[in-house]
Each structure stands twice: as C-alpha cells, then as structure tokens.
Write a protein that binds this ligand. Structure first.
Ligand code: ADE
Length: 234
C-alpha cells in the first residue's frame, strides 16, 4: 500500500518512522510520502489560507495549493492514479470505525489531505471527486473538534496500517480485539498469578479451553453492556 499525506505540518508525521508502522515501511509493506502544502504556494509568504467569502470567523484554506498538491500526488492534472482514495479528515465527515479501517486497508493508494483553520475551500473536495480513478471520503474521528486533521490522520493510519496483510506478525491477534466482533475486548492477564493480593481469575489457569472461551465471551458482553450499550443490538 502507498500512503501520501498533504499537510502544512509535515513534521507531525516523523513518528511514522518508528514502531510497527516504521517496521512495515522498512519491510516495504507500506510506502509513505509526506508533502508540505506550502511547497505548492508560490507567493513570498507561501500563503495557504484566506478570509471566508460571506464573512465569519477564521480562515479557509485556498484551493490553488491543494489543486497543485493533488496534481502531483495523483499523477498530473486529469491523469489520476489507477485507483486512489482521498481522505479529508473533518468533524463534518462520516464516522471512522473499525469497519472503515478494514475497508481502507484493502486499498492500494490512500491520500490524506489535512485541513487546518475553518477547513478547505469546498471546491477542492468537489474537484478531487472528478479526478479519474479517485474516490473521496470525508471522515471524522469522533464528535469533537481538533485543531486540524493531522492527529486524526495519525490515528487513522495506525488503525489502517496494522490491518494491512503482513504488518502484524500474528493475524489472530487482530481478530481477538475490541470492535472486531462488535463487542469490546475481554480483560487480559499475565504472570504472576497473584499480584498485590489480586488474583488472576481461576478459570484462566484451569486449562479448560471451552470454559475459558465462554468466560471471555461473558466478560465481553458484560463490559460492552456496562460501558458501550450502544454497540449491542436492541
Ligand atoms: N479535524 C478537526 N476535527 C476533526 C475530527 N473530529 N475528526 C477528523 N478530523 C478533524
């Protein structure tokens, strides 16, 4: 998979050099390009924003630098890469879930356009939709407002990247975690069996795999009912 990120803060993404994603890049499973939007602004101050038409607070990101950045990342005006998904992180977008991460992990090319200020001129989104081979998604991390898309993109890339085949060593660990089966994860324990007078639940020491599976499922249902009842069917 190839991932391109367009941002006025490319240095935000330095952390993608380390950890699981860094290893995936070393192994050639994920290829990453980070692009500074200001490189596509040609005035002396490399301006990327301006006041909103119609008035109102804040600044809006200008369309021209975005258009040029996408021309470069998607392979020239009108050309379009073979198949790309352009993601605009926005609190006004569809909600990002594990299902979204699973869908995006199957794509050959993702482009993230990180907005700042009051957002990007809407024509950038409309124009990007007209590029051949390009699908556009506006995606929100949750019902709160961040200062810009960068942190949201970091979270999305972490969730997507670990689902790219080969990135996580033991694929079973991906299916046994929160949200994969619509329930929250069961609690986990390791050695020692007794710690500060707290005991590991005896069933986990029993060696009875059926009983362990049943206990874990009960824990998932109980935890989900308590913390996230909205995830359970009515
Ligand atoms: N940019 C600002 N707030 C955001 C959010 N909640 N999700 C995604 N991108 C954002």
């Amino acid at each position: 998979m190839r991932i391109d990120i367009i941002s006025i803060f490319p240095e935000f993404f330095g952390v993608l050099d380390i950890s699981l994603l860094g290893k995936a890049r070393e192994r050639g499973l994920i290829e990453l390009g980070v692009h500074d939007l200001r490189d596509f602004a040609h005035d002396r101050h490399r301006t990327v924003d301006d006041t909103p038409y119609g008035g109102g607070a804040g600044m809006v990101m200008k369309p021209e630098p975005w258009g040029e950045a996408f021309d470069e990342v998607l392979g020239g005006p009108g050309a379009g890469a073979e198949s790309s998904v352009v993601v605009f992180p926005s609190p006004a977008g569809e909600r990002f879930t594990q299902a979204t991460a699973r869908e995006l992990a199957l794509e050959p090319h993702l482009v993230f356009g990180c907005g700042r200020y009051e957002g990007i001129d809407q024509r950038v989104i409309e124009h990007t939709k007209t590029r051949p081979g390009v699908r556009v998604r506006e995606i929100s991390l949750g019902d709160y407002v961040l200062n810009g898309g960068e942190v949201a993109v970091m979270a999305m890339i972490e969730a997507i990247g670990r689902l790219v085949p080969g990135v996580v060593g033991n694929p079973a660990s991906l299916t046994e975690e929160s949200h994969e089966d619509g329930l929250l994860e069961y609690p986990s324990y390791t050695k020692p069996a007794s710690w500060r007078e707290l005991q590991v639940p005896p069933v986990l020491l029993s060696g009875n795999h059926g009983a362990i599976a049943a206990w874990r499922h009960d824990q998932q249902v109980e935890r989900t009912r308590r913390v996230r009842p909205d995830l359970l069917p009515d």
